[in-house]
Design a protein around this ligand. Structure first.
Ligand SMILES: Cc1cc2nc3c(=O)[nH]c(=O)nc-3n(C[C@H](O)[C@H](O)[C@H](O)COP(=O)(O)O)c2cc1C
Length: 154
């Protein structure tokens, strides 16, 4: 097997938390993408990173100073994760009634919402590493995080 095959299979052993990154672009269009590459960087300043494929629809709207939200999903939000990771279902991404789209779009019933401003962008081959400064965060009382391992939700 190639190093890529071994690496892919090794990474499938990780248990990921599933989030949706959401934003509003400069033309007022709403974007949402399922992501597992969310990692906190530091508490001082409160900061987070996400790796976004350059081919993703949301990619070009993520510019320095722009705002976004990371919505950590609940176990009962698997369908929303499927919609936001299906390139043929862009028109369905904001149909769910729990989206609050008054300003920066966020899921009002998520496990957590982390509101950020883009502080740094770093290009790495197929992906851009997005570093967000955390401006606000909230979380649900009960823990029920949607996880993903070996290509399946858990
Ligand atoms: C569980 C899961 C995690 C994902 N994590 C990421 C990620 O961290 N970064 C990324 O660019 N795409 C990730 N994807 C793939 C995108 O969600 C998918 O390719 C999406 O369709 C791309 O966005 P677009 O359809 O709006 O172009 C993930 C998909 C799944 C199912």
């Amino acid at each position: 097997m190639s190093i890529q095959d071994n690496f892919r299979l090794a990474m499938r052993r990780y248990i990921y938390s599933v989030s949706i990154m959401s934003n509003r672009d400069s033309d007022d269009n709403l974007n949402a993408i399922t992501v597992s590459s969310v990692t906190s960087i530091s508490m001082n300043p409160p900061s987070i990173l996400i790796c976004i494929n350059k081919s993703a629809k949301i990619h070009d709207s993520i510019v320095l100073g722009s705002k976004f939200c990371i919505n950590l999903l609940n176990k009962d939000q698997q369908q929303l994760s499927d919609i936001c990771s299906d390139e043929d279902r862009h028109d369905q991404r904001f149909l769910n009634k729990n989206w609050n789209t008054n300003n920066i779009p966020f899921l009002s019933n998520a496990q957590a919402n982390i509101f950020c401003k883009v502080d740094k962008l770093s290009s790495y081959h197929t992906h851009t590493i997005v570093i967000g400064l955390v401006e606000a965060a909230n979380f649900a009382k009960t823990i029920s995080t949607l996880t993903y391992v070996d290509g399946k939700y858990m």
